[in-house]
Design a protein around this ligand. Structure first.
Ligand code: ADQ
Length: 447
């Protein structure tokens, strides 16, 4: 069997290779374990020179990592500009947040072509190539144009919007034709697959996207949730919260995650259901991400103001309603706070999957599980119908679900949790990678 070649925009740093943080790295680490593999992509360094880059090659844990630096102009146009400032909002159904620039599209195409040129000499004839995510829509086509005949698969971690919405992006047709050159295309949900297939149809693109929902490693998250409880940070937190009910939210600080609406939802809970005042607290961890993009800076200001207002309105001398942290928190600490929390509050306006929802379920104590309040627009929602599903745009609906969760009987909590737990342990990071690679390896060779 040939090697597995993974290509993603960012290659995990040597620390992340040992202790992966996000879903993509966890899932892929599992996939590359025990088979010869190569992982290729950007090093994370944006101070590269203008000459054609030479990849830096490292071996670690049986995998070869090959990385290149980007120049400041490539980083700005390809990564910050076209990927995060244009494709990200469009794919999350937020056309009005896109700031389109033809130059940035050009840089995006150039960096994808550059990836292809640097990768090609590293390939062997029987390798299978698995390309990850929206930064690399056109990499497969660029490889084909260089004469690469290997099987090439593509997985999209974020949503794919309906054809009319994606079609409003200038250059959409060019991107769709490029995506259509992959041998296997994977999406998170049925809805995403329907949307991209409907975009392919009028262009006569024959390939059809399939559904491969990503998951977590539930056993390892549960272990972290249990062992994290012994840390001093968690003990201090437990003391501060006491036996009051706790709501937890964990997200990158991103406008797709519905954070202002969620804060308003918590505010409505306290306004409309006074029995919870002075009791329930809400911990939101939201590490700043993409701080250089204007929309993200604006969101941060909005949340700072809202958090201040909510605490100003409701706090008492001995009770802080909202704890809001914009720094990263160690994974074990987070896992153990998930276990302690009575409610996991996950309300993205749109999300490819949302692994936090699955992590919350995995971390629970089966004898006294908490309740998941989940947006119906998260990719995880169709897999977790036993969560309390809400429309994340409606703070009143969020408040009502929180009130319902706070009053839910132990038997109902157990019933809902055990079905969710079944879903989280049957679709994991490992099954995601295994299922995708099985289809890719079985695909006919490029003509
Ligand atoms: P993200 O948008 O990053 O991922 P998510 O799926 O929730 O969203 O994954 C985030 C990961 O980072 C989780 O494992 C979470 O625990 C971790 N994390 C978040 N905040 C953290 C913090 N403060 N400290 C430590 N860890 C933190 C994208 C898509 C998703 C899709 C994934 C995987 O947007 O929809 O589910 O890829 O495909």
């Amino acid at each position: 069997m040939g090697r597995l070649v993974v290509v993603s925009n960012r290659v995990p740093s040597s620390k992340e290779r040992v202790q992966p943080a996000g879903g993509l790295t966890v899932g892929l680490k599992d996939a590359i374990k025990g088979e010869p593999s190569l992982w290729f992509g950007w090093s994370g360094n944006a101070q590269g020179k203008d000459d054609e880059p030479r990849p830096v090659i490292e071996e670690q844990g049986g995998t070869t990592y090959a990385t290149i630096d980007l120049t400041p102009a490539q980083h700005k146009g390809f990564y910050q500009g076209f990927s995060n400032g244009i494709l990200w909002p469009v794919c999350h159904y937020r056309l009005a947040l896109m700031s389109y620039s033809r130059e940035e599209l050009q840089t995006y195409l150039e960096v994808n072509a550059l990836f292809a040129r640097v990768l090609k000499p590293l390939l062997k004839p029987d390798d299978v190539i698995w390309v990850q995510d929206y930064q690399l829509f056109t990499l497969g086509e660029a490889l084909r144009e260089l004469g690469v005949r290997n099987r090439i698969g593509f997985f999209l971690h974020i949503p794919f919007p309906p054809p009319g919405l994606f079609g409003a992006l200038p250059g959409a047709e060019q991107l769709l034709r490029a995506i259509g050159r992959y041998d296997v295309i994977g999406m998170q949900t049925e809805e995403d697959a329907r949307n991209i297939n409907a975009s392919f149809e009028p262009l006569g693109i024959a390939v059809r996207a399939g559904v491969f929902p990503i998951g977590i490693d539930p056993q390892s998250f549960l272990r972290d949730a249990i062992s994290g409880g012994r840390s001093a940070q968690v003990k201090r937190f437990d003391q501060a919260v006491g036996d009051r009910p706790l709501i937890i939210g964990v997200d990158r600080l991103d406008y797709s995650k519905g954070l202002p609406e969620r804060f308003h939802g918590f505010d409505r809970l306290l306004r409309r259901f006074p029995q919870h005042r002075g009791k329930v607290s809400f911990l939101q961890v939201a590490p700043v991400s993409r701080g250089e993009v204007q929309q993200y800076r604006r969101l941060r200001r909005e949340l700072d103001e809202l958090a201040g207002r909510i605490n100003g309105d409701w706090a008492e001398m001995d009770w802080t309603p909202l704890r809001y942290i914009t720094r990263a928190v160690p994974r074990k600490v987070l896992a153990s706070v998930h276990r302690r929390a009575n409610i996991g509050l996950v309300t993205p306006l749109r999300d490819g999957m949302n692994l936090v929802a699955k992590e919350y379920v995995a971390a629970q104590d089966p004898e006294d599980p908490g309740v998941l309040v989940l947006s119906r627009f998260a990719g995880a929602a169709p897999e977790l119908p036993d969560a309390l599903l809400v429309n994340p745009y409606d703070p009143d609906e969020i408040a009502e679900a929180l009130d319902q969760a706070l009053g839910m009987s132990l038997s109902e909590r157990k019933r809902r949790w055990s079905r969710m737990h079944e879903a989280v342990t049957s679709t994991t990071a490992a099954t995601w990678a295994r299922d995708f690679l099985q289809v890719l390896r079985g695909a006919p060779e490029a003509a």
